[in-house]
Write a protein that binds this ligand. Structure first.
Ligand code: NAP
Length: 243
């Protein structure tokens, strides 16, 4: 894929995997919009990434429909089309746990950002992605959301503390991914979900075992798939993940 003068938007791009994804896309020649809910953090991140290429801050709180619409209008006005949409922003609220015990407000809070936020952003930006020659939509998911992994004998997910709210929000993200991929099957747009691996970020109090620039490579791989690449899949650095 020729990356020259293409445009990308990354949600939650002021830190962690989103920040490193923005950096790598900018280094590949994309004009990159950093969608950040906090202006101060977003502007600081954009300044830090200025040395990597054309990086622009746009205020975007994925839970605030007005801010999502305003961000889409700004990108439409300034760059006209969007080649790559990376739905990266997510939260993992404290108080998560077993499905039988977790407070509904923790589930609701996770779903507002990780599920409804992604749906809202994808709906708002899809017209811009359709205007690009070969749009790519990347859902930054997690193997924690894989129902196939969860229900297999000796599931590797049982090695981690139960986090129903976060994990099931990523399972719902799988559904969003598959539905958009099928809806867009007759277009050049590819929609895939990726697991970036276990990265040291604020999301996991920096317990992750790799630098977020490693996780970002998987995201960028899905963002820059060529025409022969897949759509409607879920994969990580080491291969496919079951839904
Ligand atoms: P992170 O460092 O906590 O970054 C999350 C980003 O999302 C921040 O920029 C945050 O902004 C933003 N965000 C949160 N709520 C938002 C909202 N309402 N609107 C807009 N932005 C919002 O987390 P990360 O580890 O980089 O996670 C990035 C993605 O990777 C997530 O989808 C996560 O589920 C996924 N993931 C991470 C790991 C891992 O090991 N870290 C593993 C699997 C999957 P603020 O700074 O304003 O809070």
């Amino acid at each position: 894929m020729n990356d020259q003068k293409r445009t990308a938007l990354v949600t939650g791009a002021n830190k962690g995997i989103g920040f490193e994804t923005a950096r790598q896309l900018a280094q590949r020649g994309f004009t990159v919009w950093l969608g950040c809910r906090d202006e101060g953090r977003g502007v600081t991140a954009a300044k830090e990434l200025a040395q990597d290429g054309d990086v622009r801050f746009v205020r975007l709180d994925v839970t605030d429909e007005q801010s999502v619409r305003a961000a889409a209008a700004r990108v439409a006005q300034e760059t006209g089309a969007l080649d790559v949409l990376v739905n990266n922003a997510a939260i993992a609220l404290a108080g998560d746990g077993l499905a039988s015990e977790v407070a509904l407000e923790v589930v609701r809070g996770n779903y507002e950002v990780n599920v409804l936020g992604v749906l809202s952003v994808t709906q708002a930006f899809l017209p811009l992605v359709k205007r690009a020659q070969a749009g790519r939509i990347v859902m930054v998911s997690s193997s924690m959301g894989s129902l196939g992994l969860l229900t297999m004998p000796n599931s590797p997910l049982l090695d981690y503390p139960s986090a129903f709210a976060y994990s099931s929000s990523k399972s719902a993200l799988s559904s969003i991914t598959a539905h958009f991929a099928v809806e867009l099957r007759d277009t050049p747009i590819k929609v895939n979900a990726v697991c970036p691996g276990y990265n040291a970020t604020d999301l996991n109090q920096h317990r992750g075992t790799q630098h977020p620039s490693e996780g970002a490579k998987v995201v960028v791989g899905a963002a820059t798939l060529d025409a022969s690449g897949p759509t409607g899949t879920f994969f990580a650095a080491d291969g496919p993940r079951p839904w």
